[in-house]
Design a protein around this ligand. Structure first.
Ligand SMILES: [Zn+2]
Length: 179
């Protein structure tokens, strides 16, 4: 019985470390992902967020969930444009900085401008990672790793569910509004 438990624990550990590249967090990790200790310009109650967001968006953005690799709508997207926060519409990333990391999530080497995201240490799953949050509304976006290709060597590994794409070349382009 004890051996079984240890094996299960080992399996879980291996599984979790195997997903090192994931912008992951878990529903169980919501305790360190709430905004109780941080104040963001845009404040909404969880009930309001539930109304505005789809269930998947709510899970990722507000409960620090993670979509499955290679299932999001933007991991392979190459159209020029901008990526905005799916919760509040704030500009976060640009397609110029998007690169194919092979990890199955949209990856960026840079943020659209300084101060657009906030970083926070995430120790869920026994790993020390850097969580990335929208600086405007505090929603969970993903994680940043230091194995990126750009001069800064950063890889922002972001959930597709956390961002909305805006084609800046489209004649009717408008910043997505979320009120
Ligand atoms: Zn936001």
């Amino acid at each position: 019985m004890k051996t079984t438990l240890i094996l299960i624990a080992l399996g879980v550990t291996l599984f979790v470390t195997g997903c090192n590249a994931a912008p992951t967090n878990s529903p169980a990790a919501t305790n360190n992902s709430t905004n109780s200790t941080m104040k963001f310009p845009l404040q909404r109650t969880e009930a309001e967020w539930r109304k505005i967001l789809t269930p998947e968006q709510y899970h990722v953005l507000r409960e620090a969930g993670t979509e499955r690799a290679f299932t999001g709508k933007y991991w392979d997207a190459k159209t020029p444009g901008e990526y905005h926060c799916a919760a509040c519409g704030a500009l976060l990333f640009k397609s110029d900085d998007k690169f194919d990391s092979g990890c199955g999530w949209p990856s960026f080497s840079e943020i659209a401008a300084q101060g657009k995201v906030i970083e926070r240490q995430d120790t869920s799953y026994g790993m020390v990672r850097t969580e990335v949050l929208c600086a405007n509304c505090g929603s969970h976006l993903g994680h940043v790793f230091d194995d990126g290709p750009g001069p800064k060597g950063l890889r922002y590994c972001i959930n597709s569910a956390s961002i909305d794409f805006a084609d800046t070349n489209a004649p009717t382009w408008k910043v997505p509004e979320k009120k």
